[in-house]
Design a protein around this ligand. Structure first.
Ligand code: C2E
Ligand code: MG
Ligand code: MG
Ligand code: MG
Length: 281
């Protein structure tokens, strides 16, 4: 049956094209249903200030609560969502839900923080994307500087379209971060041309810093370059005290990773924030 076929499609390498195409269609149908039935969910991972340990932001990370397969991670369906265009309605749902959640935390009296939302190139480069963001901010009442949009270097490849959207978003007042920085193939020239706020050092450089002199060189160089360009830096995938110490020594402003918290569902992350607030006040 289609269901059995789908089960395998997530885990098995399917070499023939026919199989790949039908798996894609299968996932597409399932994703359509997921969106309609509310099977998509957001998890949240804190972003921490290195200087004082405060939570300064949250990254919203998409999950698919599949009735049979359980929790499915985005690596298993984002590519299909992008190819089929389903990333557009899914991305809209993510933006809306994340902004609403951030506003809810503020109205509960928690210290205001940024909400970071991941964007696919296809979503970002779509006509009227800025208008969508403006509408969502207005509907939810969230101030623009509490929203940070994460795009990757590959989004910058279409320089012309990316630059006009970036200028509009800057005008609107939302923040922009370059995710997975250092792993793309784009030129660095966009860094001086575009109004960006933050570079996010890819996990692959943070991992193994202890053993790898070249990873340490890359990380410290990215931080120095960012600061020279007046950009802030956040390191992702921070798992150990040694990694944190190195980043602190090199004046990286913020960190995110399992050392502080895994991504957690809304109720658990809210409890985590409330506990930390009590500790501080
Ligand atoms: P990303 O934006 O680079 O997110 C970071 C990924 O690293 C997340 O995986 C997160 O759970 C994981 N991570 C965080 N800290 C650690 C750590 O200390 N150690 C390790 N090993 N992993 C860590 P996740 O949630 O599976 O997301 C994977 C990717 O899927 C994201 O990478 C992002 O590119 C994409 N994604 C997630 N949500 C969305 C979304 O709403 N829209 C779009 N377009 N893409 C999304
Ligand atoms: Mg991200
Ligand atoms: Mg990343
Ligand atoms: Mg990534």
């Amino acid at each position: 049956s289609a269901k059995e076929r789908g089960k395998n499609s997530y885990h098995m390498y399917a070499p023939d094209l026919q199989q790949i195409t039908s798996d894609k269609m299968f996932i597409q149908n399932e994703l359509n249903r997921a969106l309609a039935l509310g099977e998509l969910d957001l998890y949240y991972q804190p972003q921490i200030s290195v200087s004082n340990g405060d939570i300064v932001g949250m990254e919203a990370l998409l999950r698919w609560n599949h009735p049979e397969r359980g929790l499915v991670s985005p690596d298993q369906f984002i590519a299909v969502a992008e190819e089929t265009g389903l990333i557009v309605p899914i991305g809209e749902w993510v933006l809306q839900t994340a902004c609403k959640q951030n506003m809810e935390w503020q109205s509960q009296g928690l210290p205001p923080i940024r909400m970071a939302v991941n964007l696919s190139a296809r979503q970002f480069l779509k006509k009227d994307f800025t208008q969508l963001v403006a509408d969502i901010l207005e509907q939810t009442g969230l101030a623009p500087h509490y929203l940070e949009l994460e795009i990757t270097e590959s989004t910058m490849i279409d320089v012309h379209r990316a630059s006009s959207t970036l200028a509009e978003l800057k005008q609107l007042g939302v923040h922009i971060a370059i995710d997975d920085f250092g792993t793309g193939y784009s030129s660095l020239s966009y860094l001086k041309e575009f109004p960006l706020n933050r570079l996010k050092i890819d996990r692959s450089f943070v991992r193994d810093m202890k053993q790898s002199p070249s990873n340490r060189a890359i990380v410290s160089t990215i931080i120095a370059m960012a600061h020279n360009l007046e950009l802030r830096v956040i390191a992702e995938g921070v798992e150990t005290d040694d990694e944190l110490a190195f980043l602190q020594e090199h004046l990286c402003e913020e960190v995110q990773g399992y050392l502080f918290s895994k991504p957690l569902p809304q109720d658990e992350i809210t409890t985590y924030m409330q506990k930390r607030k009590q500790k501080i006040s």
